[in-house]
Design a binder for this molecule. Sequence first.
Ligand code: CFM
Length: 542
Amino acid sequence: MITENHHLDPEKAKEELIKIYPTKVARKRAQQIVVNQVDADGNVPEIKVNTRTVPGIITQRGCTYAGCKGVVLGPTRDIVIITHGPIGCGYYSWLTRRNQTDAGKDGENFMVYCFSTDMQEENIIFGGEKKLRQAVQEAWDLFHPKAISIFATCPVGLIGDDIHNVAREMSEKLGCNVFACSCEGYKGVSQSAGHHIANNAVFKNIVGLDDHPVAGKFKINLLGEYNIGGDSFELERIFKKCGITLVTTFSGNTTYAAFTQSHHADLNCVMCHRSINYMAEMMKTKFGIPWLKVNFIGAKSTAKSLRKIGEYFNDKELSAQIEKVIAEEMPAVEKMMEDVRSRCKGKTAMLFVGGSRAHHYQDLFGEIGIRTVAAGYEFAHRDDYEGRKVLPSIQVDADSRSIEELTVEADPKRFRARRTEEELQRYRENPDLEFNDYHGMMRQMESEALVVDDISHHETEKLIEFYKPDIIGAGIKEKFVIQKSGVPCKQLHSYDYGGPYAGFRGAANFYCDIDRMVNAQIWKHVKAPWQTHPELTARFAS
Ligand code: CFM
């Protein structure tokens, strides 16, 4: 059933979103909200992104510390993670992201702990390095971990504690790999800066430390998969069944030791391009490992991604096994897909999430006939929207410039070209493969869909009024505002305690969860407080 809403003019929607803003703000937002147009060559309009949020606007974004400590390094179980700062940053980022892990054979899992230097006023005034040294020592004495990482919070950068020097000193003293990240919350415009800082830290301090050969055939790393709700568990199951050797994931359900061996892989598969593309590029330059963009969100997408891997390795046996696995897994998922689609077809979704899921989940919704009418990222860059081909034309501003760009060169001993020039050429000619490339979200979205970067609270409300979508995928900060408007909200960060949603079984889980949400009658009866009590309505004075 297609409702009349679908004929609404997206330009009108855009106007609605920004008309309340002061002129300067409206002008800025107008460049960050784009009506999608895909031409025959796959070109899409330019969108302005990765810029500072206007103060006062309620944004979905997080901070640089969150992207570094929480997102990229947090999911690795056996690295002790010390937050250097006042207790709040550590405490409120403790176990709030659902990156799951195995206990591990050695039982070394520090993810359940919250390590913080708990800086007090005295440390802010006289410096916190002494306290940080003590904290590292204490962590070492208690756990003897393989590595300890230190994460700076805002005050640390402001008072100028030299955390890298402390890390060096303690590394020598303890004989343990101690390293630090200058990921002060204010360092970038969002958590995206933190991803880059974490990529640099892991690459500089861990990747390539263990040269012992890794056993197994068809060795890959999975980059940008963080085991939210157990996604990595499902993907590990599938890889194993296909006979693909997973050296490490960056960084869901993995270990320090696996990172140290990651340079033995022959292919890097990139799931979340935003958070980990730096690592893929650096490993390509230093070790000669090419990368492919994959998406394991959606059953058909999973099959497609497995086939991409098969094509890269160009091995008959592997390809046959991949086909066998797909043939075994698909019927059950497809049966459920058809059933759920019969109840969801024609419904609409809006997705506003992070830096990759607003794209990936469109596949999953599409499989059950739900169209994405509007979508956007919180903190992605133009390449995530428009594809990597725009990289040369991205202007580097002051905010991006404050993040270190590592100079990486081919390792004189360990660089190994994985494929011949001929093979590389063949891969490049196949656009479907996305070989060392990512086409971005907009190219896959339909023309006329609305693309909104760094959406605000006000704009979310306006979009709901305008499109009346059947479901919105977003996060905890938005969830209850959306639901009070009578629209179900699926949390696509934490999965609302559900999941896994990746791979074949994950897709089936997702279909069921969405079926239950969009077909529940309860949402039609929800009245927001301001609908029943109009005196609660407020207006901006600008
Ligand atoms: Fe990548 Fe992520 Fe995402 Fe992300 Fe995140 Fe996340 Fe996300 Mo929340 S790494 S960009 S910083 S896929 S925590 S697992 S869900 S915003 S869309």
